[in-house]
Design a protein around this ligand. Structure first.
Ligand SMILES: CSC[C@@H](O)[C@@H](O)C(=O)COP(=O)(O)O
Ligand SMILES: [Zn+2]
Length: 211
């Protein structure tokens, strides 16, 4: 199996797992996996597809600018430029974007602060943060309709090989050194968001707690 084929299968498996969680409502979401580093080439989901289906036209190979490498009638994801920023600025191998109710509500509740913080939660360790009092900060950026503007705002928070950025009332984009790590971070953030929303039902004053 070529490297391209094995990366295709890896991304298709991640897509199937996220689909099982129902994280691709209304054709939302896009996924990418790096195939080559120099020059950067990555597989990205084709735009507008039902990402719950597994087909031969789910992904296409794009270059470091997000342009299709081969002639194709498929269109790269509308949000390909965000994935471009990840591979341009880091050594990440996989980036994932999903819209969920929980990540949208969290992004709205904490949007004016520009970030949501978590402390004292075991799952922070998914981000490789091991100190007991450490604070995990997830930035929240405005949902600019102009994708290059959105990508620029996103890029300001792309600083390491793993990370997560919320887009207000839109969704989350995460990345990791490989597909396993990106998925781990995505699952951990969704856990933290759901936990926080549940906590606010019982302890509404937690919203105003400054970590
Ligand atoms: C159909 S609403 C979602 C889109 O606007 C977009 O945010 C999204 O996540 C999927 O776009 P796509 O171009 O299929 O990658
Ligand atoms: Zn989206």
């Amino acid at each position: 199996m070529s490297s391209l084929e094995s990366k295709w299968e890896e991304l298709a498996d991640v897509k199937a797992e996220l689909a099982e969680r129902d994280w691709f409502m209304g054709t939302s979401g896009n996924l990418a996996i790096k195939v080559n580093s120099d020059p950067v080439q990555f597989l990205v989901t084709a735009s507008g597809k039902d990402k719950r289906k597994r087909t031969d036209e789910d992904f296409l190979l794009v270059d470091q600018f997000g342009r299709p490498v081969d002639e194709t009638c498929l269109k790269p994801s509308a949000e390909t430029l965000l994935h471009v920023e990840v591979y341009k600025k880091t050594d990440a191998g996989c980036s994932l974007h999903v819209h969920t109710i929980d990540n949208n509500v969290i992004s709205e509740v904490y949007g004016d602060r520009g970030e949501v913080q978590f402390q004292g939660q075991e799952l922070i360790k998914a981000f490789n943060i091991w100190e007991e009092d450490a604070v995990l900060k997830i930035p929240i950026i405005p949902n600019y309709a102009h994708i290059p503007t959105l990508a620029k705002a996103f890029s300001e928070h792309v600083k390491g090989d793993t990370g997560a950025v919320l887009i207000r009332n839109h969704g989350i984009t995460v990345w990791g050194r490989n597909a396993f790590e990106a998925k781990k971070i995505l699952e951990a953030t969704e856990f933290l968001f759901r936990y926080q929303l549940r906590l606010l039902e019982h302890k509404p004053f937690q919203l105003f707690k400054v970590v």
